[in-house]
Design a protein around this ligand. Structure first.
Ligand code: SF4
Length: 444
């Protein structure tokens, strides 16, 4: 997963991009980068680390120009190293371009091998570089037709922000897997993964970039074109379950509201007799509020989160994931002791983290634990840009609900159904990808 941000026509473009990336930090914590253009030259700065650690005032001062794009990265393809940090900046037959990509190309490896066989030399191991090589090889002389042609070869998920010395371009793949929105700040236009990035820079949300749409922003204003069509939408429902920030509006819905509805639906589908509803912070909070509202069971905080520890799911190694629980969460014994507790979380992936958290709750004196999950069991890996592990490592892919209950050490376990999830996210069927739950992959 990654977060991307771009701005056209702002004096302080680099500083606004910094703020935008700061708001999108939850989408990637491995590296951060910003590229600016003054109309002719591009300046780039990228490093491993968090946005606030990567960019100093001095660095931002050096990044001159009124157009800028930025990227925060969490690697799902290509190793975690500075060479793979984005935006990628290249000079090619079509001029200088910078590219920031959120997603995963399912035919990236295949195209890379073909291009290498024809003599292409790759500088990174990220699949986004394939797009650059396809663009450079196009026989079309104009930039936009060449870009459109390059995109016709790639398959998978891609929300892209591309910058030329004089233009900013936003593209969403034909299935619309991951979000991309368009905003306005006085005379500037902004593209961002989520609307929370627009809020931070006081920009107005205009609309989402549609699946298959290319938006071009330059001195003539903004133009839009549908460049690719697919037979269906496949909006990533996991964005709504977990990934996007609760204060973001994506896929036409507010994520906090959607998650509360998931909690309400979960209470209807999987009720429990209990004294308290307790969220696993922060990911279970919105759904727990909804569950408590619908069930009439009192909501309380049973676990307190250390705000200075990153999200466990994002930690790239098992060692850090294992350490994360103790560092991250502390139970409140006074709240949990001798209580029958409904514990709400958004999902179970490997289950190792959840199990440790539940043990903390038991050790704090909870009399009964009823675990409720505001999404269906994750049984299949994702190939479209969300870091789920292999099928063997996914707890629900090779265990029954009863086996999972036992492994978790809880008194009862209930998941939200797929139809309950879909209805909670949107009443009008917008077309979602649910492959990690049902194995129904929109692209092979
Ligand atoms: S498989 Fe799951 S995580 Fe991946 S795009 Fe589809 S819904 Fe999202």
């Amino acid at each position: 997963m990654c977060g991307i941000f771009g701005i056209y026509g702002a004096e302080n473009a680099a500083k606004l991009t910094y703020l935008g990336l700061f708001a999108l930090q939850h989408r990637g914590q491995e590296s951060a980068g910003i590229v600016t253009s003054d109309g002719e030259n591009m300046e780039v700065y990228k490093q491993m680390g968090l946005v606030q650690d990567v960019f100093s005032d001095e660095v931002l001062e050096r990044l001159k120009g009124e157009i800028s794009i930025g990227h925060v990265r969490y690697s799902t393809f290509g190793e975690s190293s500075i060479v793979n940090a984005q935006p990628l900046v290249v000079g090619c037959s079509k001029g200088k371009i910078a590219i920031a990509h959120n997603g995963n190309l399912v035919n990236g490896n295949f195209l890379r091998k073909e291009l290498e066989a024809e003599g292409a030399i790759f500088q990174t191991t990220v699949d986004s570089e394939v797009i650059v090589h396809l663009l450079a090889r196009s026989r079309k002389r104009e930039f936009l037709p060449a870009l459109t042609e390059a995109l016709s070869f790639i398959k998978g998920s891609y929300s892209l922000i591309i910058m030329t010395p004089k233009e900013l371009i936003g593209i969403r793949d034909p299935f619309g897997f991951h979000p991309l929105c368009l905003g306005r700040l006085i005379h500037s236009y902004i593209l961002a993964s989520e609307s929370c990035a627009l809020d931070l820079v006081n920009a107005k949300f205009l609309r989402e970039v549609m699946p298959g749409e290319m938006v071009v922003i330059n001195e003539s204003g903004i133009t839009s074109k549908k460049i690719h069509q697919s037979e269906r939408n496949a909006l990533c429902i996991f964005e709504a379950v977990y990934f996007a920030r609760p204060d973001s509006d994506i896929f036409g819905e507010n994520m906090h509201k959607v998650r509360m509805e998931m909690g309400r639906q979960l209470a209807r589908e999987k009720p429990a007799s209990a004294d308290l509803v307790v969220p696993i912070p922060d990911s279970g909070v919105s759904a727990a509020i909804g569950y408590a509202e619908e069930s009439g069971i009192h909501y309380n905080l049973g676990l307190v989160r250390n705000r200075y520890v990153g999200r466990t799911f994002i930690s790239p190694t098992q060692t850090i994931r294992n350490m994360g629980v103790q560092i991250k969460l502390n139970p409140i014994d006074d709240v949990l002791s001798e209580k029958r507790v409904v514990v709400i979380d958004d999902s179970i992936v490997r289950g190792t983290t959840s199990r440790k958290i539940l043990r903390l709750i038991r050790e704090a004196g909870a009399k009964e634990i009823h675990l409720r999950i505001s999404s269906p069991p994750i049984k299949h890996p994702c190939f479209y840009g969300i870091d789920t592990p292999t099928r063997e490592e996914l707890l629900a892919s090779n265990h029954t609900i009863e086996e999972i209950r036992e492994y978790m050490g809880v008194d009862s376990l209930g998941y939200l159904s797929i139809s309950g999830l879909l209805n909670s996210v949107s009443k009008d069927n917008k077309g979602f990808c649910t492959a990690c739950f049902d194995g129904n992959y929109p692209i092979r």
